[in-house]
Design a protein around this ligand. Structure first.
Ligand code: BGP
Length: 476
């Protein structure tokens, strides 16, 4: 047995409101971008902001509407998390449950009561809540009235949300994430930030302006948080995974560095507090002029995050050669096929050492504690007649990744606060909208079309993860 993890290490699991709660029309909740993204062939055009869909229709199936019904089963589900020994549970608040339209002056008490109950349930078991303020969701009303994050008005609405939740939970929640995978805005602008494009506009300019507004909102959240409770710890959240060069040719290495910077860009602002020079030069070259309000630069500088959280599923591979790069595939982050790696059924390449590389890269760059808030294997599970799944493939994936993170901590001295694996209970997949792609330790009986009893059954990985947590990562 090798050394485990520091005392107080936050082991647990992660979910997001729109992928697990359901109850979309309950408790006065308003509609959000994530509720109008259908399952099926229209999903991608809508997520990309290329196909406008701001209402629900009869022709499509919208996976978030019932999801796994956590809105009604949270007690049973959190009890299962406690049984596994969770020290921490990462979940997100549905913005439109708290502000159904987004621009009201007073919050929706019924929505808040649901989160009171979820948080109290965690605390009952000694589970530390880690709250994502928004995990991809924007109230539809704000998309219709101001165009979502393309407008500066969003900062004000987001601040309102922050005041409410920070005050309400100031003695109950310590760890907060401002925006889930903030860099997804560049890849899936509607899903990540509620952006729908107009004919003929400069899409990149729109995205960077929206990014500026989110970065300002994130800094304001940090500022407000510290006013309300100086003990709060605020994190940024990046969809991470380092990019390798396809060959040792310096131009490939350069290209891979450029690809990594596309992601670092957000964290450079949130953690170092200013726009990096490479980004300013890129804006100049592309003729992008960000609209900034007086005081923005100072605000960003003075309100940087306390820790860097990230998701890691895979590394990426890129080439400077357009012909080779044309073979890039993958539904969110394109990558070339790495001949040294196996891949999941969805083509996500499995690279545990890549996690250690990514952790070292982030820690070297920012010198702040890291928190892995998503990691896991999306796989097809085949339950037996009792609903039991022998998911050794998932255990293997997680074991290897936990080993790599252990090396980063024990061998490289990276500071790591915790590990919350993704989709600790099966939930709706963000990219595919399917139930078929599962991550959980707990099987949920529900299929892609929304049929099933919603019954929960522990998978083999449940007891394995319980042992990992129980030995603080010593026994893998
Ligand atoms: C991240 C998101 C999650 C999540 C996960 C797995 O990008 O933050 O919401 O779902 O990826 O992705 P998928 O569900 O597409 O397999």
């Amino acid at each position: 047995m090798t050394k485990g993890f520091p005392e107080g290490f936050l082991w647990g699991g992660a979910t997001a409101a729109n992928q697990c709660e359901g109850g979309v029309f309950e408790g006065n909740r308003g509609l959000a971008n994530v509720d109008v993204i259908p399952h099926g062939e229209d999903r991608f055009p809508v997520m990309l902001g290329k196909m406008k869909m701001l209402e629900c229709d009869q022709e499509h199936y919208y996976p978030s509407h019932e999801a796994i019904d956590f809105y009604h089963t949270y007690k049973e589900d959190i009890a299962l998390f406690a049984d596994m020994g969770f020290k921490c549970y990462r979940f997100s608040l549905a913005w439109s449950r708290i502000f159904p339209k987004g621009d009201e002056l007073e919050p929706n008490e019924e929505g808040l009561k649901f989160y009171d109950a979820v948080i109290d349930e965690c605390l009952k078991y000694g589970i530390e809540p880690l709250v994502t303020i928004t995990h991809f969701d924007v109230p539809i009303h704000l998309i219709k009235t101001v165009g979502s994050w393309r407008s500066r008005k969003m900062v004000e609405y987001y601040e309102r949300l922050c005041y409410v939740i920070f005050n309400r939970y100031k003695n109950k929640v310590k760890y907060w994430l401002t925006f889930n995978e903030i860099n997804i805005l560049m890849h899936l602008p509607f899903m990540g930030a509620g952006i729908v494009f107009e004919e003929g506009e400069n899409q990149e300019a729109v995205k960077f302006q929206a990014a500026h507004h989110e970065l300002v909102a994130s800094a304001r959240a940090t500022q407000i948080a510290k006013e309300i409770n100086p003990e709060f710890k605020i994190g940024c959240m990046l969809a991470a995974g380092n990019t390798y060069p396809n060959t040792p040719a310096p131009r490939d290495v350069w290209r891979s560095m450029e690809k990594d910077r596309e992601n670092y860009f957000f964290i450079d602002v949130q953690s170092r507090g200013e726009y990096p020079n490479y980004a300013k030069k890129e804006f100049e070259r592309k003729g992008i002029k960000l609209e900034m309000a007086p005081g923005d630069e100072e605000l960003l500088k003075n309100n940087t995050v306390d820790f860097i959280s990230f998701s890691y599923y895979s590394s990426r591979l890129t080439s400077a050669d357009p012909e080779i790069n044309a073979q890039t595939s993958g539904n969110v982050f394109g990558t070339l096929k790495n001949p040294y790696l196996d891949a999941s059924e969805w083509g996500w390449q499995i690279d545990p050492l890549g996690l250690r590389i990514t952790m070292n890269a982030l820690y070297d760059r920012y010198q702040k504690p890291l928190f892995i808030v998503e990691n896991g294997l999306g796989a097809v599970d085949n339950p037996d007649e009792n609903g039991y799944v022998e998911d050794d493939y998932r255990i293997d994936y997680l074991r290897e990744h936990i080993k790599a993170m252990k090396d980063a901590v024990n061998e490289d001295g990276v500071e790591l606060m915790g590990y919350t694996s993704w989709g600790c209970i099966d939930l709706v997949s963000a990219s595919t909208g399917e139930m078929k792609k599962r991550y959980g330790y707990i099987y949920v009986d529900k299929d892609n079309e929304g049929n099933g009893t919603l019954k929960r059954t522990k998978k083999k990985s449940f007891n394995w993860y319980k042992k990992v947590i129980g030995t603080n990562g010593e026994d893998l």
